[in-house]
Every structure is written in C-alpha cells, then in structure tokens.
Design a protein around this ligand. Structure first.
Ligand code: NDP
Length: 278
C-alpha cells in the first residue's frame, strides 16, 4: 500500500518542536506581516500566519495598508522595519496591487529578516550552498521527504515547474540533497516520458489534475504542490490523485500534504531570524 504523506501531522510536529525551542531557549522573535489591500485569500493566509506565531510563542505585528498605498510608502515602512531591532522577520503578503513593483519590494526587505526567502541574496545563498533563508514551500517538501524516510541521495528527481518561489528553489534543494535533478516547464518536450523516469516526481505546474498515471513510474514518490478549488467546492492538486495513487510508493494528498508545511517552515525561518546576528 502506498504511504499517504501526512503533511498536517508533520507540520504540527515541526511547530511543536519550535514551540519547545522558543520556550527552552527563551527566544524573542517578532514577525512583521504587511498586507496591502484586502484580498480575501490574502487575509486568510495572513490570519493563519499570525495564528502560527501565537502557537509557537513568538510575536507578530500586523500592518494592514489600504489598496491605494504607494510603492514609496510601502518601501518606507519596510525601511523602518529593517531598522527596528524588535522586528526579527518581515513578510509582505503577495500578490501586492499592480501599481507596486513586487521585485522592488522583495529586494527592499533586509536579507537578515527575509523569512519568505524571496530576496535575491537568499536565492543566491541557496544556489551556492550558503546558510540563508529558504523559500518555505520547497523547504517544507524536503522536510516531508526526510520525515517520511524517503531517501533523496542518488535518486532521479523531476520537478515540473520553474517558478522563483517553488520550482527553481525546489530543484536547488534536491540538488543540495544529492538527487539527480531535471526541471520541466511549459516548453519541455515529452513531459510524460521525462516524468516517467522520476523516482521522486514533484508537480508544481498549476494545472488541476494534469499529472495522471501516464506520467508516473511504478513505485515513484509523488509530491503534489498544486492547490485548486474545483467547481464542487473541493480542493484538488496538480496530480490526479485517484488515478496515480496505486502506482506510487508514497504520495501527498491535497489538502493535507504540502499545504500545511509552508506555514510550518515560515515559523522555522522566523525562529532562525531571531538567532541571526543583525
Ligand atoms: P507558476 O504558475 O508560477 O509556475 C508554473 C510552472 O509550471 C511554470 O514554470 C510553467 O512553465 C509550468 N507549466 C505550466 N504549464 C505547463 C505544462 N502544460 N507543462 C509543463 N509545465 C508547465 O506556479 P507556482 O510555482 O507559483 O505554483 C505552482 C502550483 O503550486 C500552483 O497550483 C500553486 O497554487 C501551488 N502552490 C502551492 C503552495 C502551497 O503552499 N501548497 C505554495 C505555492 C504554490 P513556464 O515557466 O514555461 O511558464
């Protein structure tokens, strides 16, 4: 029987470990969470992040800015928070409104407080194997694999997707863990044929149920990053779970697989940020 990788249980275990570490080491940390506008999905994400901070015993400060906030004002706030010794981590909930340049915002956050791991310096550090903040979703996938006992070293890994927040850092992390890595994208030829070589297949393609058994090698580990709301209101991933399940040795469900890991790893980064010499 394939293992269903329980992201909910693993994320809770990580948060409980952090809670203990924060208490035992008397760690003082405060996460600044900035939201521009009132997109309902962003409000839910921000609320969940603040709840996770409270759970592990660190502080959070909210900055809820109106939709019409200028780029200059947002940069000014980030600059103030960069200089504020009480603030250990800064997170700007994405996406920001169209009149604000996301790249400028990401680059304005001090790399020492970059708990999302999106700053060019964080990405560069990951690329050359230096300690730094790692994008939370891919970091969470490494934890899922390790804590499920999936060996990564020497394995053939195929990542579908090359976005800056998932696909690319995912590929770099698998490489750092000594997998042999192939990255696929929308121009890849014979996607199914390449995916079928994978011992570990990671789908971050953003297309509901696109990855069917035709893409999966018998006994592969399948990680589904995608999250989509179907017409019937239920959630599904990029993988056609029912079709793929019996061909895998382990698979993440949606919901309850990769999703919960993102916030757990954000908390890991917040605790790391508190210890980082500013
Ligand atoms: P993006 O849309 O930024 O990237 C999608 C990638 O898939 C691109 O590299 C694109 O290629 C590639 N792609 C698109 N269509 C195809 C195709 N037909 N064949 C092969 N490759 C294709 O998405 P993200 O990386 O941000 O997110 C991916 C998924 O993960 C989404 O469903 C998102 O909702 C989910 N997600 C989940 C998170 C979680 O916490 N669980 C966190 C972040 C994302 P190209 O570069 O050529 O355009």
């Amino acid at each position: 029987m394939p293992t269903i990788i329980d992201g909910k249980a693993i994320s809770t275990a990580i948060k409980d470990e952090l809670k203990k570490e924060v208490a035992d080491r008397n760690i003082k940390a405060t996460l600044a969470v900035i939201q521009v506008g009132n997109d309902p999905a962003s409000t839910v994400y921000v609320g969940n992040k603040k709840k996770a901070c409270a759970y592990i015993g660190i502080g959070s400060k909210s900055y809820e800015l109106p939709e019409e906030t200028t780029e200059e004002d947002l940069l000014g706030l980030i600059d103030d928070l960069n200089k504020d010794d009480e603030i250990s981590g800064i997170l700007v909930q994405l996406p920001v409104p169209k009149h604000i340049n996301e790249k400028k915002i990401t680059a304005a956050i001090s790399p020492l407080k970059d708990v999302d791991g999106f700053h060019p310096e964080s990405v560069g550090r990951l690329c050359i194997g230096q300690e730094g903040f790692v994008s939370c979703t891919p970091a969470g996938i490494i934890e899922l694999l390790k804590r499920t006992g999936v060996e990564i070293e020497g394995k053939e890994c195929v990542v579908i997707g090359r976005s800056n927040i998932v696909g690319k850092p995912m590929a770099l992390l698998m490489l750092a863990n000594n997998a042999t890595v192939t990255v696929c994208h929308s121009r890849t030829k014979d996607l199914a044929g390449i995916c079928k070589r994978a011992d570990i297949l990671i789908a971050a393609v953003g297309k509901p149920k696109m990855i069917t058994s035709e893409y999966v090698k018998e006994g592969a580990v399948v990680i589904d990053v995608g999250i989509h709301r179907m017409e019937n209101g239920k959630l599904c991933g990029d993988v056609d779970y029912d079709d793929v399940y019996e061909h895998t040795s382990a698979i993440t469900p949606v919901p309850g697989g990769v999703g919960p890991m993102t916030i757990a790893m954000l908390m890991v980064n917040c605790v790391k940020a508190a210890a980082w010499e500013k």
